[in-house]
Design a protein around this ligand. Sequence first.
Ligand code: CUA
Length: 389
Amino acid sequence: MVMAIVLVLIVVGSVLFHLFSPWWTTPLASNWQTMDDTLTITLVITGIFFVAINLFVVYALIRYRHREGRPRAAHEPENRALERWLIIGTSVGIAALLAPGLVVYANYVRSPPDALVLEVLGLQWQWHYRFPGADGKLGATDARFVQGGNPFGIDPSDAAGQDDLLVASNEVHLPLGKPVLVLIRSHDVLHDFYVPPFRARMNSVPGQVSRFWFTPTVAGRYEALCAQLCGVGHPNMRGFVVVEEPAAFQAWQAALPTFAKTQVKAAPAPAPEGAAGAGARVEQGRALAESKGCVACHTIDGTPRVGPTWKGLYGKTETMEDGARALVDEAYLRSFISDPTARRVKGFPPVMPKMDLSQEELDALVAYIQSLGSAPAQAATEQKEKAPR
Ligand code: CUA
């Protein structure tokens, strides 16, 4: 009897929880109402079966409970009629669960012909984006072209790739109300580009291009997260999608560099001088740490993550895996960032990816890390800066 009451309470509690739970999906910001409908259908069907099966157990517990003098229940291992009905019932139930999903998925990967093409590139542990240029075609890519200055691996000999617009940061903009075809690639392992309010996600699989489409229907800034466990930096592999009016999107897109432009070696910008210049360099370094995904593994508040925190790192003495010790100074940071696997710091996995940084970017990043260093180290640096050159 106690069992029966507990079961009834579980059933009633579960139904009430689902009806009144504050943890439901975020408001929809795309055309994929059918995703939500499919979820609702699944929940209703499984919910009905959950209630029916548990209430049947409650009924059997009460109806056939043990009492003195009553005959025992008969053991009936074979019942063809019942088995037939169970097979038919579960088959219909499973078909009803799967069919709506198949229909929605078919629509999900079949994009409208006028869709804006956006390529999403996942790599440990950052997101990059690419748009086709004026020709409307994305240039061919191959892993063997991935190197310093060509993080997307675009084929330099493909004319279609020259005008491709590159976003080498984790934030992309999209125009409101226009269908977007998303093509997804990965440079290393399995990732999954997922923007919950769009109800849209797709695995990025090394060696293949996967696809889906959606139309953003509400302006805003949405977080894109990686939904496949892809290594130690996975929880911090975040991106952002900004949905805005088409005019604002066009202005943003017009400022993006083309692939051809990124291949022209720019003359090194004159290093900013004086205190104001140093401040600008630190600020540039902070922005770089954000856009290059460094912040996925390095905090600035002293908490260790995948890599060492940058708070107090500069001026500290690090111990290597082989017991050697090294002072973290400018030269150390430069050589480590340029070739992260050359030495192994004790206590940290050797997972830091090689960044493609220009000399100017490397200066800025080192200046930023330096600005977060320990007080004596900073003072010593300032002394050095003040000294006549
Ligand atoms: Cu990329 Cu998880």
